[in-house]
Each structure stands twice: as C-alpha cells, then as structure tokens.
Design a protein around this ligand. Sequence first.
Ligand SMILES: [Zn+2]
Length: 282
Amino acid sequence: MQFHNPHSEVYVPDGSPADLALLRTTHLAIGAHPDDLEIMAWHGILECFGKSDKYFTGVTVTNGAGSPRDGVYAHYTDEQMQAVRRVEQKKAAFVGEFSAHVFLDYASGAVKDGKNAHVVQDLKQLVAAAKPRVIYTHNLADKHDTHVGVVLRVIRALRELPADQRPERLYGCEVWRNLDWLNDQDKVVFDVSAHENLAISLVGLFDSQIAGGKRYDLATLGRRRANATYWESHATDVASSVIFGIDLTPLLTDTSVDPNRFIRSFIDRFAEEVTARIAKLA
Ligand SMILES: [Zn+2]
C-alpha cells in the first residue's frame, strides 16, 4: 500500500504481513496525534484486546512535530520529537495488541487545509483495505483545530467511498473537550471499566507528552471516572470508567447533511434542555 508521504509506515506488532493486518481489522481508530487513540478510542482497543475474532487498527494522521517539550526532551529538535513519538506509539500498539498502527506522517498544516486532497485519498485507501465495522475518530465539537481537521477529512473520505465500503458505525470521541455536556439521549456511552491497569499503562507510555508538563494519564483516567459517576444522578455507579461519544453515522447514511449543521443540532438541543429546566423551576 502506497501512501503520499515517504515516511508513512504500517507497523504490525505481531509481525504479520501489513495487508493481512489491515484486512483482519474490525475496529479502526483515526486520530490526529500519537496518544489521541489511547485517550479517545480506548473502547475499540478494549473490544479487541485478547480476542481472536476482533482486531483493532490505529491511524495517526500527523507526525506530531509541534508538541511542547521539557525534561530529557527539552532540547530535542522537531525531527527528534517525531522519532520519539513514533516509538511511543509503537510501544502502545504492542502493549494494546493492535493489529496494526498506520503512521500517515502529515504536518498539522496539511490536515487543517481543507483543499489538501492527499489526506482524504490516504484515508480512503486505508478504509477500503481494512473494511472496519466500526470507526472511532475526533468529535466535531473538539476545540483543537487539527482534531476537527481530521474528523472532517474522515467524513469526506467515507462519503467518497461506495456505501458498501463504509463502516456500520462512526463515532466521534473525547480528547480536547469532553462530551459530558451532551443531552443524555444524544450520548453514546462506552463502558470501559475493564482492564483499568492497561488503560493506565497505555496513556502513560507517551512519556514525551507527559514529561512536557501535561498529566494526560491522570486527566484521562479522571475524566472517565467522572463520566461514570456524574452520568446519572439517581442511580449508583454501574461502571467505574466511561467514555462518551457522538454517533456520526447519520452523516454517512445521508451524505447531504452538513457536518456544521449536524453538530449544531446537538448544541441546540443542549440549549433547549438548559433553558427548559430553568423555565420550569423559576
Ligand atoms: Zn491530539
């Protein structure tokens, strides 16, 4: 498989041929940076972990060059940071028993450029080869431009594929902005209580990001715990760890729906719920 960037790579932890590793994929996650998938798509990793009939493949779209750095990484060049982050992502793919991890190696600017067709072409090629049942990516209300660039390219790539090559489900998940604010009927609730030890390990492997001064490991586990506890006010906790998602599949079933109008409808329903409660209790 030939992608646009010369340093793109398909890493297969168990050493199987790359084509086979993609073909057996049932759950695919597409994120902007190394570590995004371990934060937002842990449900997919968990669904496939230790299973012989389900396989998780990760895709990282950017090269991760622009990240902040501190400690032992303080004097690293952008090239050295890219290399470190790729190794960290490979460690996570190994520990998480991924079928494959694909590095597309784009600069952030290319992903944020709506006119750049290469990202869309690479994603189409990948999805056509893997034919996953489920795809996880960023959500449209994320506040990181590169993340929103990725979800928009994913939607475009899937819409350009024939309908029978699209996944059964497309989910937008939490990284830079959680989805606790969604009305409960609009939430997809992923119970990710199992294997908490692995969840901690996977996010913790991205040392260059955490040593850069950001405790993504603690914050991610804390968010999941908070989601589980604050989800329902009148019931006891049935899950100890929850990730929220938005079901983006309607954007694939009806390809005429504008993604901007689609996410706006969730925000409008949230606004209506808040104002209706105040009106009722005033
Ligand atoms: Zn990211």
